[in-house]
Ligand binder design. Structure first.
Ligand code: URA
Length: 202
């Protein structure tokens, strides 16, 4: 009846993306790893000025090892394309690196365990603009008590250890938009604000 201890207060040693991926691969403090097929680290361009963080891998992501490869990913790609973004000029990851069994929501503890890796990931990419897709990524990174309905579509300044303030915008998660298509017009308004900001930095 041995239960591996979940390690929430580990420090991340990596100084490069390659090291970070390896460090996560070798990390045994998150039990989701045991049921997952693959680590889902990232997709896209690591030199991009725009980074997007989603929630957790699902079935397709678990199979392919790449984020946003299922139905929600198809919609995400369309959303990005609408503002001239894609996987060549955007870097994409999640707040959870392994698929939760049966696509359940990640627990608070699992989010806490992965968070030091996620923050280091953002630091290493050092994006100018960070898009948070959905309530779970938004809560994990902005640590705001307000919900996604209030936080979406507004710019937030994110300060990390060794970077300038990162302009951060929560948006509705594409999986939520698939269930609630009437919210797509809100997402479109948010995407237009993001596009404007991207035009300012490029
Ligand atoms: N796929 C991902 O990689 N992340 C999500 O949040 C949803 C689907």
């Amino acid at each position: 009846n041995f239960k591996e201890e979940e390690i929430t207060d580990h420090t991340v040693k990596s100084n490069t993306l390659e090291e970070l991926k390896l460090e996560i691969e070798n990390f045994s403090g998150c039990s989701l790893k045991k049921t997952a097929t693959n680590l889902v680290f990232a997709d896209g361009n690591s030199k991009a000025k725009v980074m997007l963080i989603g929630e957790a891998p699902g079935e397709e992501e678990d199979k392919t090892g790449k984020p946003f490869k299922g139905q929600a990913g198809v919609l995400l790609d369309k959303m990005l394309n609408a503002i001239e973004q894609n996987r060549k000029n955007t870097y994409i990851s999640n707040v959870i690196f392994w698929r939760p069994p049966g696509n359940r929501n990640p627990t608070e503890e699992e989010i806490k365990i992965c968070l030091p890796f996620v923050l280091k990931h953002i630091e290493l990419i050092n994006p100018r603009i960070l898009i948070l897709a959905g309530a779970i990524a938004t809560k994990a990174i902005l640590k705001e008590d307000k919900g996604i309905i209030q936080l979406r579509g507004k710019w937030h300044d994110l300060s990390l250890n060794n970077s300038d303030k990162i302009k951060t915008m929560p948006i509705f998660h594409p999986a939520f938009l698939l269930r609630q298509p009437s919210r797509k017009k809100d997402a479109w308004e948010d995407l237009k604000k993001i596009k404007k900001e991207i035009e300012l930095i490029t």
